[in-house]
Ligand binder design. Sequence first.
Ligand code: PMP
Length: 399
Amino acid sequence: MVGTEEATSNNLKNTTPNETMRVPSSDKVINLDQGDPTVYEEYWQRMGDKCTVVISGSQSLSYFAKSKSICWFLESALEDSIRQLHRTVGNASADDHYIVVGTGSTQLIMASLYALCPPDRVQPTHVVAATPYYSCYPEIGSFMRSTLYEWAGDAKTYKGEGPFVEFVTFPNNPDGEMREVAVKGTTEGKLVHDLAYYWPQYTPINVCANHDIMLFTLSKCTGHAGSRIGWALVKDEVVARKMIKFMEVTTIGVSKEAQIRAAKILEVVTESCPSLGPENFFQHSRLIMADRWKRLREVVKEMEFFSLLDYPKSYCNFANVYSTTQPAFAWMKSDENKIKDLEKHLKGEKILTRNGNRFGTESNYVRISMLSTNEDFNIFLERMLAMKETMEAVQYNGI
Ligand code: PMP
């Protein structure tokens, strides 16, 4: 079965806290398949009660939110904290966009397809993204067998006629590249910019994005994937209203409790930004990602069997430093195709990753989550180094 990005799959069995305590690290299955953002747990533990919200039994009974927004279920506290955070980070121009809140940005991907695909066409509108693309786009594009839209694969080779929707992921999942529109030579396309990872811990913030539809998610911004809150910044009122209609028909809005919690978390993150110390959320997370990437690169270099992409340095207007992209995922390749199915190989070492074929490329690539707990990340690096010896032995025997 093809699992969705974060949930399903029997891998979850291997990572419950109780089991973690019992299983010796040599036997533990390390799940780096999903991008489960547990790396942030330690920061939030340190923050103690700062984000605690109390919700009484008499609160949030209504379907409706007390809000002036056209998004009738959007809590005004969440709207304010989203706008404030974008102003502080400078990653997207939120003030001239409508905000649509969703149950994760996954629901907003679906809502944007509903809003952008004309209902009166005989043929479904094509949905494309450049390879390697986020593995959920083809799943979402084909899951409902919709007559509105259908998944049509790689945007780089797309030659279809008529309207289409292209997802532009910036920085890209799985490979961290800073993507531009890939379908060239036509104006028939509508664009959805998926900016789930356009935050300072993953990449320098050097442009204030200002696209027609921009998707963000709490999961990858602060690590609160379980709250299932995402938001879309939408320029056009008609499109925003269609997206709101989709939310209305599918789930009659979005949990108020989750929104209230998300509002508080985003407020705390914004308030932490002026600080120069480890309480600054983005500064703290940026340093962790930098450290993990440094250590992974050292191990991969030492091993000589695999390679990772290099990313150029640029200036981050938010952090006021030159740095490279340090993506939430490592996109690792088996050099010279020595290992044809790298996911299978790593699974043999009890390291779960996601096969390149799920992203529209070859199986000598895997996507590895960089967002696991410290313990799992350390075991992963240790196992990679231990693998070097077995791989060298196999190579020697093979001569
Ligand atoms: N877009 C991209 C590029 C993602 O990687 C993810 C999460 N993996 C999502 C959207 C959806 O995130 P969520 O549903 O957790 O908000």
